[in-house]
Design a protein around this ligand. Structure first.
Ligand SMILES: [Ca+2]
Length: 234
């Protein structure tokens, strides 16, 4: 279930003066507000949630201002590429805590109000904004298969090592397999031990053979994830 919070920062396409900055829309005061220098199409204000979250609702307070307005709500992960998720949100003059349920909720770090029209032909204004979101959890598991290594010319055994972090309730499994193609991943894998000789490399000729490595990360706590930063052979 999502909860409302004040965004951590705000950026506006224009600010009327130092008394009407974008930050006034998120200062927890319903007597201060952001005011634009113009009412052209293209005027906007966007809010930073601090990290990517699942966003589904907004609340807007215009109460300190006489300005009604219509805007689109847009989501972005990077503040560069924006997707419209709610069209033509209409906020009346002096409206207080108008709630808009986002038609197409989704993941966003940045939420923009892209202004479209101002009811009385004056500037745009936002007194206070709250955005409802849900913290994103880590998936229970994920697997990656590395590009295979041609071991045709290998003449000694290989010791495999990796650097990792494994918080409580998480595990990392590193497996290997050897086959004779670099196109099709093996079906059968064997778990390896950090710092030990790779057990799947056969004795005898290695001509035409490829070593494959598969990494599986697992967690039973969606708030934490294991990480593996580097794998190498000695
Ligand atoms: Ca304010």
């Amino acid at each position: 279930m999502s909860t409302y919070a004040t965004p951590s920062s705000a950026v506006a396409s224009s600010e009327f003066s130092g008394s009407f900055t974008a930050a006034k829309a998120i200062d927890a005061s319903t007597s201060s507000y952001w005011l634009s220098t113009n009412y052209d199409a293209g005027t906007n204000i966007y809010f930073d949630l601090g990290k990517l979250k699942y966003v589904d609702k907004i609340k807007v307070w215009i109460g300190a201002s006489t300005i009604s307005e219509v805007f689109d709500v847009q989501f972005s992960a990077n503040a560069t590429d924006w997707t419209t998720v709610e069209s033509d949100c209409s906020i009346g003059s002096y409206d207080q805590w108008v709630e808009k349920i986002i038609t197409t909720p989704g993941n966003a770090r940045y939420v923009k109000f892209a202004m479209k029209s101002s009811g009385n032909g004056t500037r745009y204004s936002i007194t206070e904004v709250l955005i409802a979101s849900t913290t994103l959890g880590y998936l229970a598991s994920g697997t990656a298969i590395c590009h295979p290594i041609d071991i045709s010319a290998l003449s000694t055994s290989l010791v495999m090592k990796w650097t990792h972090t494994t918080p409580a309730n998480t595990t990392i499994t590193v497996e290997t397999a050897v086959n004779t193609t670099h196109d099709v991943a093996p079906v059968t894998w064997t778990a390896q031990t950090n710092g030990a000789t790779v057990s799947t490399i056969p004795e005898g000729s290695l001509s035409g053979k490829y070593l494959w490595v598969k990494i599986t990360l697992e967690t039973i706590d969606e708030a934490v994830t294991p990480e593996i930063s580097r794998i190498w052979f000695e």
